[in-house]
Design a protein around this ligand. Sequence first.
Ligand SMILES: O=P(O)(O)OC[C@H]1O[C@](O)(CO)[C@@H](O)[C@@H]1O
Length: 245
Amino acid sequence: MNIIQVTDYKEMSQKAAEVIIHKVKQGNRMNLGLATGGTPKGLYEAMIEDHQKNGTSYQHVTTFNLDEYIGLKEQDPNSYYYYMADSLFNHIDIPKFQTYLPNGLADDYNHECEHYDRLIKALGGIDLQVLGIGQNGHIGFNEPGTPFQSSTHIVTLEESTREANARYFNTLDDVPTHAITMGISSIMNSKEILLLVSGEEKADAMQKLLHGEISEDFPASVLKRHSHVTIIADQKALSGVLVSL
Ligand SMILES: O=P(O)(O)OC[C@H]1O[C@](O)(CO)[C@@H](O)[C@@H]1O
């Protein structure tokens, strides 16, 4: 894993945007995997700013999001559908029909999971997947204990994950209990992975990722088996590991 150390959240976001924009500017058709949560917000702001200033076009880009809550309508401000439209898609020139998220309101969830994986495969697989990491090591919504060979599936969210995400909802009770997420094998099939980590609340997770063993108890540890992972992490996230880097 290649680690890029940066000072703070702003620099992490800027660096991540540079990596993505560089690839997008090459102009080849591209499948970009995207994440939600607090971590990539600054990245999306930097992409929008660049689009407005430099006109970088996303007409040839298709996006696949990692996950979606079960049961939230598209127009619910806490749905990841809404988050992506509001944080990125509405502000760049990507055609709407080229932006995919798992459907958290599907009639048949098993079918939706299979369909999502098939779609990604049919369109050529993910070229570059952006990831954040949960404090418990989750990637996407793959909680500890998720089999490494999992494909897109339905998960029961851990209490700690619901609590971490409760900041966006009125009350903890409003945070959905289930989500649909790309599986670990779906993520590992990406040709390249860009993991963004910022803040001291992620320092433990960084320490486990870099120095712990590869185990399903810590989902992100699987990334050590991928041949093309870049981590962009800020000083606070690296505070527990700086000495040994
Ligand atoms: O970026 P945050 O808000 O710390 O969340 C960490 C991860 O947890 C999730 O919110 C759950 O999937 C991801 O979207 C994110 O990458």
